[in-house]
Design a protein around this ligand. Structure first.
Ligand SMILES: NC(=O)c1ccc[n+]([C@@H]2O[C@H](COP(=O)([O-])OP(=O)(O)OC[C@H]3O[C@@H](n4cnc5c(N)ncnc54)[C@H](O)[C@@H]3O)[C@@H](O)[C@H]2O)c1
Length: 377
């Protein structure tokens, strides 16, 4: 039987756009059972010469420097947005109006209001969405969720998480679009990194309903490589935050883009009345689990390596402990979106999740401005 095919239009071929292209090429080989197959149609970037070059490199037959042409191309069924945050809203709303499905990178748009507007438009039009919260769909995060749902942790009580990297720890690191509120939003480390921790909190612990935060901007001015001038950085280097969930779980998180030595330190510890799960993305493929019901003489954390019983690990590799990696999250996201379109399933982190994370980030930054607890809108 010939499978349904879905035409892909990809906007932005930077860091994450290339990972998406990898995902489209790899998905059919990993998920032979997929209900639909992606077919690369149009690549958009700027200027036009760059668009043509990356289209050739990544295997797209057509290129353009005008995302509106891509959105309105009848060959394109899925508009994949890997451009800076200021472009998300306009592109997503145009794509939805044209009846296209939307795959958008996180954090969606310039804040909760934009992401909520996109989510509402998508629902009204009945199209499918996917938001690229990568880590939330690691097979061992699925295992953590299963343990929680089965009651293995007892009643959830407290979550502590961190997402630290050091890509801006050097004060001489140049000003980029991420430092400009008009292009990258008023969320700095919180948007770039913390959004992932918030998505995982939503999947595992519950819905964050109130926050109390403080932010730090350690390097307020950075050199703009385009002009050579020092420019004011519009968003924070570090966010620390207490949070409460509507189900009674409480927690604390910290996220930094200037944490010297941390390369991919997304980690959490989720404590229940009977046990704990903990994870550190610098060791992606290991979940630590503690069960307080075990006899005292053998109590202790045990490390469970990802294996084929943790779907969809087995699609990538039959052997336990061999591991999957960063680009594989995009393979999984693309598969989930294909399934959602082919069979109506909801994806794990769609635009509603993107909007919820956006509203939490707004509340976190409002709280830091006011130096007070703030409820999530
Ligand atoms: N899920 C993840 O782990 C992850 C990782 C990195 C980035 N991201 C997100 O992905 C998005 C892009 O980030 P990035 O790191 O790839 O940025 P980047 O700067 O590396 O790439 C952005 C690309 O968009 C292109 N672009 C800019 N304006 C454009 C326009 N008008 N039309 C078409 N193309 C245009 C740029 O030329 C560039 O190729 C952001 O939302 C970011 O937060 C997510």
């Amino acid at each position: 039987m010939t499978k349904k095919t879905l035409g892909i239009g990809l906007i932005g071929a930077g860091f994450i756009g290339r990972a998406h292209a990898f995902g489209y090429h790899t998905m059919p080989a990993v998920f032979a059972n997929a209900g639909a197959l992606p077919v690369l149609k149009v690549m958009c970037d700027t200027p036009a010469a760059r668009a043509k070059q990356v289209a050739d490199e990544l295997g797209f037959p057509c290129s353009t420097d005008d995302w509106r042409k891509l959105v309105n191309d009848p060959e394109v069924d899925i508009v994949d947005i890997c451009a800076p945050s200021n472009l998300h809203r306009e592109i997503a709303l145009a794509a939805i109006a044209a009846g296209k499905h939307v795959y958008c990178e996180k954090p969606v748009g310039l804040g909760g209001a934009e992401a909520t507007e996109i989510a509402a438009a998508a629902k009204k039009k009945g199209i499918k969405t996917q938001v690229g919260f990568s880590y939330a769909r690691h097979p061992v995060i699925g295992l953590a969720k299963k343990l929680i749902d089965e009651g293995a942790l007892g009643k959830l009580i407290h979550m502590r998480w961190t997402y630290n990297e050091d890509y801006m720890s050097d004060p001489a690191a140049p000003f980029t679009w991420r430092n400009d509120a008009k292009l990258g939003s008023r969320a700095g480390a919180l948007g770039d990194l913390g959004a992932h921790g918030l998505a995982i909190t939503g999947v595992l612990a519950g819905e964050i309903s109130a926050v109390c935060a403080r932010t730090v901007l350690a390097t307020p001015k950075r050199k703009d490589p385009a002009t050579g001038e020092l420019r004011q950085v519009d968003n924070e280097d570090v966010t620390d935050c207490l949070f409460e969930c509507s189900n009674g779980v409480t927690g604390i998180f910290s996220t930094s883009r200037i944490a010297c030595g941390s390369k991919m330190h997304l980690s959490f510890e989720l404590v229940g009345s009977q046990g704990t799960v903990r994870w550190n993305a610098e060791r992606y493929n290991e979940l630590d689990y503690y069960d307080s019901r075990e006899p005292k003489d053998r109590q202790g954390f045990r490390t469970i390596f990802a294996n084929a019983s943790h779907a969809p690990y087995g699609n990538f590799c039959p052997a336990p402990g061999h591991g999957i990696g960063f680009n594989d999250f995009k393979v999984i996201e693309i598969y989930e979106l294909m399934e959602a379109i082919a069979s109506g399933k909801r994806v794990l982190t769609d635009m509603d999740d993107g909007a919820r994370v956006g509203r939490i980030m707004d509340a976190v930054l409002d709280s830091a401005d006011k130096r007070a607890w703030v409820s999530v809108g």
